[in-house]
Design a protein around this ligand. Sequence first.
Ligand code: PEP
Ligand code: MG
Length: 595
Amino acid sequence: MADDSLKSEVKLRGIPVSRGVCLGKVLIIGKNALEVEPGAIAKDAAPHELDRLEGALMATRQQLTEIHSRVSEAMGAAHAGIFDAHILVLDDPTLIEQVTEMIEHKRVSADYAFSTVANRFVKSLESVQDEYLRERVADIKDVSNRVLTNLRGGDFYDDLSHLPEPCIIIGHDLTPSTTAMLDKSKVLGFATDVGSKTSHSAILARSMRIPAVVGLQTASREFKTGQTVLLDGYNGLLILNPTDQTLFEYGQLERRHQKVEDQLQEIRSLPAVTLDGTHVCISANVEEVADAAKVINAGAEGVGLFRTEYLFLNRESLPSEDEQFEAYREAARTLKPHSVIIRTLDIGGDKLPAYYSMKTDTAEMNPFLGWRAIRFCLAETTIFRTQLRAILRASVEGNIRIMYPMISGVEELDESNARLEIYKDELRVEGLPFDEEIQVGAMIEVPSAVMVADGLARRVKFFSLGTNDLIQYALAADRLNEKVAYLYDPAHPAILRLIKMTVDAGHRNGIWVGICGEMASDPVMVPLLLGLGVDELSATPPLVPQIKYLVRRLKMSEAKELAQFALSAESSAEILTRAEELAGCIAPELFGGKA
Ligand code: PEP
Ligand code: MG
C-alpha cells in the first residue's frame, strides 16, 4: 500500500453488503488492532515506560477482578474460574521480570516489550504436548490484549459501546455480538477482511442503515486507526485519501440516491398491490424490540422474523422469563394490529453468547452444521422452556406467532410442539393467560425440510423460507466465507426449485409460505419469488419501501412468466439476466446507483 503521507488515493475492493457512502476516521478493532511497532525510546524514558506498565497491569487486574465477581454472582464460582487463570497470568513473576528487563536494557516501549514477551510465552506453550498448558495460550493472549489496550488508554478493547467520536470500524472480522454492541450513534460504517452478504453482521449493517463492505482481505492490516477513508457500500470500495474528484463524484451519487429516497418516502404508507391487483404481504425482520417502531415507519405489515438471539448476546447471564416476556409484549403492543412472528432462539453458528461456550467442551469444527437453533433448544430444555413460556404469556396481546428455526424433519417439529403443549398446560394450571389460538410455524432452511415439507405442513400453520441458510446448506457454500461467495448463489436453479417445492407443499396443505431470508430484501429477486408463489416477503426495514415500490410497478403475470422461465433454466446467469431486465425495466430508479 502507498505511504499515507504521500496522500495518493488508494482503493481496496471487497463485497458490498450494505448500501450508502460515508467519509470518516478509521478505528481498527480486533486482532490486528494491537499490533505493536518496534521502536527505541529515549535514553531516560525507561522509568516512564515502567510506570505505564505498572498502571496498565493494575488497571487490568481491577477489570479482571470486577468481571470475576460479576460472573460468579450471575453464574456461580465455577464459571468464573477462567478469570482466576487470567489473574494468575498477570501475577507470573517471570513474565513481568522479562518485560521489565527488556524495557530497561533494550530501551523499547512498554507496549513492544510486553507484546514481545507475551508472544514468546505463547510460542513456547503452543509447542508443548501437555494439553492443560496448551490451553493457557488463550489466557495469555486474552490478558496480553487487555494489558496492551490499557497501555494505550484502554479506549477500544471492551468498550465499543461508548466510542469517543464518529468513525468507520475496520476489523478482520466482526461477530454479531460485537456488531450488536457497537455504539450505533457513532459508527458511520464498517469494513472487514472476511465475511459475506448473509453474515449476521452484514444483516445488522443493513438494518442499521450504515454502509458496509466485507471481503476486503487485508484492510485491517493495511489501514491504521485515525486515517481518513471513504467507504462505498454500493460498489464495495474502501478508499484512503480520496481525491477531490472522487469526493465530488460520491457527492453526486449521494444526491441521486437522496432523490430516490424521497420518491420512496411518498409510497411508504400506500398498499403493496401489483398493477394487476394482487396484494403482497410485506413484513420486516427485526433484531431487537427497539426496531419495532422502524417496521411501522417503513410501511411494513408486521414482523415476519424477530431474531430473539440478540436478547441473549453481550451479557453474562440468560434473560429471565419476565425480561423476555416484557420484550415480546412490547414488540407485540407496538406492532398491533399487525402480527409479530417470534423465532425461538437460534444461537450457534456465528451467534455465540458467553454462556454458550460454557455449554460446549470445545469449539465446534463446523458450527453451522453443529449444535445450533432448535437442536440447542431441544437439548437445553430450561432455556427453551423459559423462552416459550415468555412468548406464550406475551401472546395474550393476540398478535404473536411462534416460529422454530432449523427444522430438519417431523421429529424435531413434533418434539417442539409437544414441549409447547406442556408449557401451555403449566400456564393454565398457574392461571396465567395466553392466546389459545396462537399459530406456530416452521422455518424452511434445511434441504431435508423441503423434501418432507408435506409432513411438516400438516403440523404447522405457516412456513417461512430461511434462504440465507437454505442456500448455504443446499449449495455447500459457507455463508460467511468470502472465498466461496461466488458459489453462494440465490438465483441457482436448485434454490429456485427448492423454493417452489416448499410453496407447493405449503399450498397443498392449506398453509401460507413466506420468506424471511435476505432474498426477500433484494428488489431483483422479488418478482421471481412472487412468481414462484411466495405469499409473504419479510425484508430488512430500511429496504421495505424499495420492495413496496417495485411491487406497485409489477404485474403478477410478468412475475409468473419469469418464474416459469427460471424453473426450466439450466444456469443462474440466464435467470439473473432475465430477473434484472424485468426489475430494471419496471423500477429503473432503484438500480441507478453505480458510481
Ligand atoms: C435465514 O437463514 O434465511 C434466516 C432468516 O435466518 P438467519 O439469517 O438468522 O439464520
Ligand atoms: Mg437461518
